[in-house]
Design a protein around this ligand. Sequence first.
Ligand SMILES: C[S@@+](CC[C@H](N)C(=O)[O-])C[C@H]1O[C@@H](n2cnc3c(N)ncnc32)[C@H](O)[C@@H]1O
Length: 278
Amino acid sequence: MPQPTDAPDPIVYMDTAARTAVGQDYKERLAAALDLRSGQAVADIGCGPGTDLARLADAVTAAGSVVGIDREPRMLAEAGRRLAARPNVELRLGDVHALPLADASVDRAKADRVLQHVDDPASAVAEAFRVLRPGGLFGAAEPDWDTLAVADDDVRTSRGFARFVAATVRNQTIGRQLARLCTRAGFRIRSVDAVAVLFRDFDVADQILGLRRLSARAVEAGELPAADVRAWLRRLADEPFLAGFTFYLVTGQVPPETRGDEPGMSSMTRPAAAGGGS
Ligand SMILES: C[S@@+](CC[C@H](N)C(=O)[O-])C[C@H]1O[C@@H](n2cnc3c(N)ncnc32)[C@H](O)[C@@H]1O
């Protein structure tokens, strides 16, 4: 029997998040920043249930290819079901710290809300660098949970809730670290954008932020008084609602080695070097 403090099913959670207006908006922005072209090879690192694979496959057309990588067989099974009609989408079981891809084998790579969960984000970003061709682009999108704020007169409970939520995520400040991690891995930063993720509807925020579920867990853990949380939730549900956090989108480029290695040029579309080939 499911309890109110049980975590939601991860696939349902990812689908719900992707359907929100802000989810759709940032995913479009991330895809646009990747500057996808026909014929490219793209890796979706931590592809989950395949949320973005069809969009990527459309952008690179049948001339290109998409590989979705995830460490969870259940995610890949669901992605396989959703992408069954896409011959240019391949799924591979693998870990972000040791990607099942050869060096310099893809033109684009993206990781969307994956690095927040991994053991070693720096080595995961270094892996993205390794598998990208010279001139290739990496796009990463991550929240910064340490910026979570819930508007209420009881600021102490809002802060306590926000701290509790942030503590449930392994790399809670990954958003603000993304550009630094990419630079250290060798990428040239092309863009850094901060998106204010705002919720003005209690029920939508509850689905994404776990207002009821995680505040109940904070009470169970002895971190917040039950009476304060009860009153806090009542006001949040009854009064005009506002909560938000900062979400970062970063694009980095592997330095091009030759003039042919410009963004948008895959090995298939890159012109042969002057005098090269026969
Ligand atoms: C929040 S979901 C995001 C899924 C997808 N990128 C999206 O935007 O809907 C994070 C995904 O990363 C995967 N993941 C977490 N750690 C991983 C790791 N070390 N290696 C590979 N995948 C990982 C999880 O299995 C999950 O599918």
